[in-house]
Design a protein around this ligand. Sequence first.
Ligand SMILES: [Zn+2]
Length: 443
Amino acid sequence: MLIRQGFVYALRLKAQRQILLRRWVGCRRFVFNAALKYQNAELAAGRGRPGYLALSTWLLGLKKVHPWLCEPPAQALQQTLKDLCTAWERKSKSKFGPPRFKKRGKGDTIRLPQYCRYNAEAGVIHLPKLGIVRLRHSRIAEGALKNVTLRLQGQRWVAALQTEREIQVPTPVATAAVGLDFGVNVCIMPSAGTPIELPSRISRYERRIRRLQQSVSRKQRVSANRRKAVARLGACFRRMAAARRDFLHQETTRLVATHALIAIEDLKVNAMTASAAGTIEAPGKNVRAKSSLNRAILRNGWSMARSMLQYKAAWRGVKLVAVPALFTSQTCATCGHRAAESRKTQALFQCVACGHTENADRNAAENILRRAQQQLARGSRGDEIEPGGSPAGTAGYAGTHACEGARGKQQRPRPRSAAQGGAVRLPLAGTVSELSLFGNLHP
Ligand SMILES: [Zn+2]
């Protein structure tokens, strides 16, 4: 399987070169905004939106007017035109709005697609027009270097190296199957084993953030002290995000290393965490309660955990199945009876039919696993997650991410035999050897 992976390193840069890089990202932003303005003007004049080729020619003219645009590598500016075209394509697929003008300090990045070299022994990268740059070389980036993205994070610069390599997808040694319930109180509840809780340092960071937010609000509007306080707050947010990402990486790696089948709920986190505020004419109800629920959901990083599971499972040959989330918390895992009254409290599940009593999240996790096993037994392919489903656009940014190129022959629809139809009730703690009778887990 051909995979792409991102490796992120902090850079060791002298102040002078940091200033140079700031100018480069400034040039990139300038070109992006000018190109968008040009496109909007053409659209308003009814001449149609200029595509990438037209924009490249236009860029040459722009460089004659502003010679300082020749300072950053030329490909970096062409890349921003490509990014702009991609943004319009996304809009035409109606999922996103039109591209917006970029603002200083937001997404200050520059991508270099060519002439970058990586020296793993020395822990340095060689970049066009910048020369040798030392990395905080925490690990070796495997594979062939495809591109380098430089990004300003608070006060420091980081480089994301995107590489490509061929890997052999192993047959997992583990045979166990697990269902995962992403909870509000417990971060991840497995159908068996100990609950996975967020580390306590996350709440320490949250307390610190509240204090720093107060400190920012007490500073005079436009002042050096306010700027410093905002920088402190931003650094704390970044540290918390890093702690959460690190924790989720460790847990998801452990989960895929010890299981052959992982079942999760097919949750639409964006829709679930939409604001309840409503509009001025029609204000929403329970806005405050909803917003704290949203915060509790987002705090646990479900989406991040899911996208990590997605590519890690694909790389290790582990089957990841997403099942419909409907009524998993109201159904009894023992007898299958569904009643809203069975859910006694947030934490307790007690079946009104058979009296089965269990932790509510654990009960849901068991239901999720059972549904996945039934789905596999029926040979239904609908909700199975394709390997490498994480968005390609983020591949160079956030740690390790899978990307395109991971689509194998596994997507082929399988013929259904008579044995696969109907209500096959599988044992709850089913292992793969039992499962493979029905759902042939590893084609
Ligand atoms: Zn029951």
